[in-house]
Design a protein around this ligand. Structure first.
Ligand code: ZN
Length: 246
């Protein structure tokens, strides 16, 4: 069973690329992915609910919806998040520090809600390890999945080490393999932190070179580490299924 824990219906790239549920499932079929967590970013929380809801309606056996938290002064989103999780059955919350602050007064109500409702938060913290440290300490029962091992396409080994140390110190921190260039750090994390705290993700779809090849490359990234079978199975699916209670 391979689960991709990081798939965009809408990306945060400069082009704000969108991918249909059909394209995502075709990509999964081509790359041998069984389940994907899907979400939209760079949009409102309400629109992210609509997009992920449509995706799950079309492919309820393949796509797991997360809701995008975009707290703002203009409109409180906590009730929308609660509605998506409690009434619509969404399985988690996506947070992107590129688009909203991780300051206490902005993000803590979101993390608190996730903790109370027992759903994980997938956070792209854009390298801000001190914010993750604070959140993990303040909300010990919230499951925090740190996208990209801390920073997308990071080549600074020292920064990744900071996130690995945080994960070693806090059992509620998980690390997502999408956008990790220094792949030997994934093996190191499996040894130091444990494969039961690492989740596979692609940050797809990506059109370069094409969506299927990109996703296959990400799966191979894990398989080429030649981990113990149990560790490989944990990273490729079991850990995220455990987090989601599936
Ligand atoms: Zn992403």
């Amino acid at each position: 069973m391979i689960v991709d824990a990081h798939v965009h219906l809408k990306h945060g790239d400069v082009y704000r690329t969108e991918y249909s549920p059909e394209t995502i499932v075709e990509t999964m079929n081509g790359a041998g992915i069984d389940l994907s967590i899907v979400f939209a970013i760079s949009t409102t929380t309400r629109r992210s609910i609509e997009m992920a809801l449509e995706a799950r309606r079309k492919f309820p056996e393949r796509l797991i919806p997360f809701v995008y938290a975009l707290p703002s002064y203009e409109r409180p989103v906590i009730e929308e998040l609660r509605y998506a999780i409690v009434d619509l059955g969404f399985k988690g919350i996506k947070i992107h520090a590129g688009e909203c602050s991780l300051a206490e007064y902005i993000i803590d109500p979101v993390i608190s809600l996730a903790e109370n409702l027992k759903v994980p938060c997938l956070i792209d913290c854009v390298g801000r390890h001190l914010d993750i440290k604070r959140i993990a300490e303040c909300f010990p029962n919230a499951k925090i999945i740190v996208a990209h091992f801390g920073k997308y396409l990071c080549e600074d080994e020292g920064l990744i080490d900071k996130f690995m140390s945080l994960a070693e110190a806090h059992e509620n921190i998980y690390l997502d393999t999408s956008g990790v260039l220094l792949t030997h750090k994934i093996r190191e994390a499996a040894e130091k932190v444990g494969s039961n705290r690492i989740v596979f993700g692609t940050d797809g779809p990506q059109r370069e070179p094409d969506t299927v090849s990109f996703t296959i490359k990400e799966v191979r990234k894990i398989k080429s580490l030649n981990l113990k079978t149990e560790d490989e199975e944990n990273i490729l699916g079991r850990t995220i299924l455990e987090i989601l209670g599936i």
